[in-house]
Ligand binder design. Structure first.
Ligand code: URA
Length: 206
């Protein structure tokens, strides 16, 4: 699929999401939040569900934790938010930011699967436990954050909202992004090995 075809397919999905009224959270939302970014992105960031600012703007990860995620991405990897594709498991805001419910995750599953299929990223960076559970169920995020898994390419991270709550998690969150950069640009086995210096033997003075 070329870039133009990808844009058309992603736009179709966005329109379906915006017109969907099959969940209470969809009927009650100000704006659906389908996702945004580069259709040819190598990295796809997948969060849980939109919060208040996302609901009022229709854009993913633009509230406080979203800004932290975007800033950390750029500061640690040099990658700009517009170079990745950012979306969520659930495309509508659950009231009072409650956890998404299984029927809501299920109703939004096909849209996300199609987005992944169109973009075909090298790395899927899951943000938070609901997003992680889509790919690796039954593990605890505090044990596996930052570890890459080859479940169709995955790097799972803490949710930025958790990073906002404390310095320890914030530092781990940043370290996870640094690993993300290394996954994209692996150090070649011959890189950084100092050249062997020729052995200079002092001529004998006698
Ligand atoms: N948290 C998420 O998981 N998604 C957003 O879009 C914003 C905050």
């Amino acid at each position: 699929m070329n870039t133009q075809q990808k844009i058309e397919e992603l736009t179709k999905i966005s329109e379906e999401i915006k017109n969907f009224k099959g969940l209470d959270i969809a009927k009650n939302s100000t704006h659906a939040v389908p996702g945004e970014g580069d259709p040819d992105a190598k990295i796809m960031c997948i969060g849980e569900a939109p919060g208040q600012v996302e609901d009022s703007t229709g854009r993913p990860f633009v509230g406080q934790s979203g800004q932290l995620m975007r800033k950390t991405l750029t500061e640690t990897t040099g990658i700009k938010p517009e170079e990745v594709f950012i979306t969520n498991i659930v495309k509508f805001r659950p009231p009072d930011n409650r956890d998404p419910m299984p029927n809501e995750i299920e109703a939004c599953r096909d849209w996300l699967d199609r987005q992944i299929d169109i973009i075909r990223p090298k790395i899927i960076c899951t943000l938070g436990r609901y997003s992680m559970a889509k790919f690796i169920p039954d593990v605890s995020i505090s044990r596996v954050h930052g570890q890459p898994r080859f479940v169709e390419f995955l790097g799972q991270k803490y949710h930025p909202a958790a990073a906002l709550r404390g310095t320890t998690v914030l530092n781990e969150f940043k370290q996870d992004f640094i690993k993300l950069k290394n996954m994209l640009n692996p150090v070649s086995p011959t890189q950084n090995i100092p050249e062997e210096k020729p052995v200079v033997t002092q001529p004998s003075l006698f």
